[in-house]
Design a protein around this ligand. Structure first.
Ligand code: ADP
Ligand code: MG
Length: 730
């Protein structure tokens, strides 16, 4: 019988680099050519239509019917000129993936003919059947309709001859069933709150937008090897596999030369991304073998979130052309690094300033410190919520493991800023943050911020939330997640915090305190209240786990426990006060995440059971037979004395293998019973906890013994590609 592993290996070894077709001209010539961007709009829209649309994009508001018709006509003409045949509303249901329903432009007319048709109402609203998307029980089946509504702030684009229109997705009764709707609301909230605070320093600021630059980590694996690992195919990660003798211990992969086949994939990815207006800029090897990263230049957060979803889609498709499969799972391989998606986040004003950039003047520094301290306070107050939105079964394996931030949320500022923060906390409250006389200790320190920050802020790579010179980097986000929840929550908690700051400061000003003193007094109080969130040391260490416990910072190690924060009184108040989501919607989202967790563990547990029973144990028994036959023959051939002298090691192996098989069988059976019991539970949270506490612990127990079997059994018989092959062969 053929061993599928050897066939897969043979195919993977024979692969050659696929040639890349480079488009004519420079990247800047074709950048954005497949998007309905400003220049396409200018070309295809009448002046009035363009002006109206620009106004909505820049200032917000709704598009009227007439403008929608004008835009639709222009968009259709543009799309047809680019060869598009279909259109789709591209949206972000709560599965965390993207969804689309394609319609043709074609409409039959009299005389057996047809025309291409696309109206303002086709553009603005569309009605997919929402019943198969998760709603957390918010929608009863008779109200199965959902609406998608165009988001004009994210340009339409063409992929595979299909015009894709980024949209919001809401239920018939108006509840958001997606990530985009609350994201746009959170962006509006931070805009308003940040502008109000900026006006203390600069009256010209009238708009603030959040910026996001993501870093997408991923693994590539040869598709033939991938296909021979049902666990990778069905769960995205390896449920078995003994560590490769060599993996990342020599640290020779990080920033190393990129293999030729991988380079070809990256080049094609970059070309397609650039044609779609995604400003990807950086590519490099990551720490683990076959692990890579791709990062763009940052953009306005809503657009950047869309671009990240789009690039994940592109990566999957383009990888296939190069006979690779992309693994976005947070921990596809045990024992080597997992993949994250760092979210670099900042705020920019319409006066072209970065609010997290320490300025050159004392006034700019004062503003910088206001935003910095408010972020620190917002993260401290909402650490549980930040932990909740990165809670997924995949990330449970990554957080706190090799080279990944722990499940404890803390803030890293760098030594200089930290000491400045503690200086403010301890100093006399009369000391002003602005330069007046220039005689306070504080004043002497402030103007030096920029110089010192540059080289010191990026040192600590172990923090889940680190200040890196002119932005914060949220590193705990998982590689398979959308950036939307991180952006929603960061914008929202800061917006809420800035509102409090404004009201606290205004109260003091009304009580006749000077503006500078009022700001200083409030910051000092916030620092005092939230300084426990600051941590400069090694977040990967056990010492920090203990220290964090002393500081009473939470450390939720598993998803069901972390998810609780979704429905806490604090979270509900936060979302409701800022009109981003209602309590009912938060409960629904909580339920969706719990169900997702349970289902994923259920699938993993089934695959684990199937593969041990159908692949691993049969292979082990086959080898056992060979060994037994061998021993029997030895007994036939050898004299009694010699036989008892030399057969010992074979018999030992037979015993060892038999014991491991017995253990695996027992644990698989017990796991099945635990699963059955968990499946009988109806409450979503209780069920998720049952999977977490009762079913999941068997995964490692089973794996321990199957890994031992992998080491003992004849390589010729073992049918699942091994770690050394998945991680190295190309
Ligand atoms: P590193 O790996 O050292 O963290 P990278 O260069 O890979 O650095 O990634 C830095 C990311 O931060 C890029 O995506 C970049 O666009 C983004 N970035 C830089 N400035 C800002 C900003 N003001 N707002 C948001 N993101 C930013
Ligand atoms: Mg980074």
């Amino acid at each position: 019988m053929d061993n599928i592993r050897f066939r897969a290996l043979e195919i993977s070894i024979q692969r050659k680099r696929k040639p890349v077709e480079f488009p004519q001209g420079k990247a800047s010539d074709y950048f954005g050519e497949m998007t309905f961007n400003s220049s396409a709009m200018k070309e295809y829209l009448p002046a009035e239509g363009y002006r109206q649309l620009r106004n909505v994009i820049d200032k917000g508001g709704k598009i009227d019917r007439k403008t929608a018709d004008l835009v639709a006509a222009g968009m259709k003409a543009w799309a047809l000129a680019k060869g598009a045949t279909n259109y789709t509303h591209w949206f972000f249901p709560l599965t965390g993936l993207t969804a689309e329903k394609h319609d043709s432009f074609l409409d039959p007319i009299e005389g057996g003919k047809a025309i291409e048709n696309f109206s303002g109402s086709n553009l603005s609203q569309h009605e997919p059947d929402a019943s198969s998307f998760p709603s957390g029980g918010m929608r009863s089946t008779f109200e199965a309709r959902g609406y998608t509504a165009w988001d004009p702030t994210s340009p339409a684009f063409i992929i595979d001859k299909t015009l894709c229109i980024p949209t919001l997705f809401v239920s018939y009764t108006g509840e958001p069933l997606d990530y985009k709707t609350p994201l746009l609301k959170s962006l509006a909230a931070i805009d308003k709150a940040a502008v109000d605070v900026c006006r203390y320093f600069d009256k010209n600021v009238s708009k603030v937008h959040a910026t996001l630059g993501w870093e997408q980590e991923y693994f590539l694996v040869d598709s033939a090897l991938y296909a021979a690992r049902p666990d990778l195919v069905l769960t995205g990660r390896t449920l078995f596999g003994n560590a490769s003798a060599k993996d990342q211990q020599l640290e020779d992969h990080y920033f190393g030369a990129i293999p030729q086949r991988v380079i070809a994939f990256m080049q094609e990815l970059e070309i397609e991304a650039h044609r779609l207006g995604i400003p990807v800029k950086t590519r490099h090897n990551e720490v683990a073998p076959n692990q890579y990263e791709c990062a763009p230049v940052f953009e306005e957060a809503n657009l950047s979130v869309d671009h990240n979803q789009l690039i994940m889609h592109l990566m999957e498709n383009i990888a296939k052309k190069h006979d690779f499969t992309v693994l976005f799972h947070e921990k596809p391989y045990a024992g080597v690094n997992g993949s994250g998606k760092h979210n670099n986040w900042s705020l920019a004003t319409d006066t072209k300033e970065n609010l997290l950039s320490p300025g050159k003047t004392p006034l700019e520094n004062q503003r910088f410190l206001v935003f910095l301290v408010n972020i620190m306070k917002a993260v401290y107050d909402n650490a549980d919520l930040l932990r909740a939105i990165i809670a997924t079964p995949g990330n449970d394996h990554r957080l706190g493991a090799n080279e990944a931030p722990p499940a404890i949320i803390s803030v890293f500022l760098g030594a200089h800023l930290s000491s400045m923060i503690s200086l403010i906390e301890k100093s006399d409250k009369k000391i002003s943050l602005t330069a007046r006389k220039g005689n306070s200790a504080l004043f002497k320190n402030l103007p030096r911020i920029p110089e010192i920050l540059v080289d010191e802020t990026d040192r600590n790579r172990t923090s889940p939330f680190a200040f890196t010179g002119n932005k914060f980097e949220f590193r705990a986000v998982g590689s398979s997640q959308t950036c939307a929840p991180a952006m929603i929550v960061l914008n929202l908690i800061l917006a809420d915090q800035l509102k409090k700051f404004k009201s606290d400061t205004d109260k003091l000003i009304k009580g006749k305190m000077s503006k500078d003193d009022a700001i200083f007094t409030v910051l000092k109080k916030y620092i005092h209240e939230s300084k426990n969130i600051l941590f400069e040391g090694n977040s990967y260490s056990q010492d920090w786990v203990e220290e964090a416990a002393r500081r009473k910072l939470s450390n939720h190690r598993t998803t069901p426990s972390a998810l609780k924060a979704f429905t806490s009184r604090k979270t509900v108040r936060l979302f409701e006060d800022n009109k981003v989501l209602s309590g009912r919607e938060l409960h629904a989202r909580h339920e969706i995440h719990l169900e997702d967790y349970t289902k994923k563990l259920q699938i993993e547990s089934r695959v684990l059971g199937d593969l041990t029973t159908n692949h691993i144990i049969p292979g082990a028994i086959k080898y056992l037979n060979t060994l037994c036959e061998c021993v029997q023959r030895m007994e036939d051939v050898l004299d009694r004395h010699t036989f008892s002298m030399v057969s010992g090691s074979q018999v030992e192996t037979i015993t060892e293998i038999s014991e491991h098989i017995a253990k695996v069988k027992t644990f698989v059976h017990e796991m099945l019973e635990a699963r059955k019991a968990a499946n009988r539970i109806t409450d979503a949270e209780e069920k998720a906890f049952a999977y977490c506490d009762k079913v999941f612990p068997y995964f490692d127990k089973i794996r321990y013994h199957t890994n031992k079997l992998e080491l003992l059994i004849d390589d010729e018989i073992w049918s699942l590609p091994k770690y050394r092959e998945l991680l190295f062969v190309r």
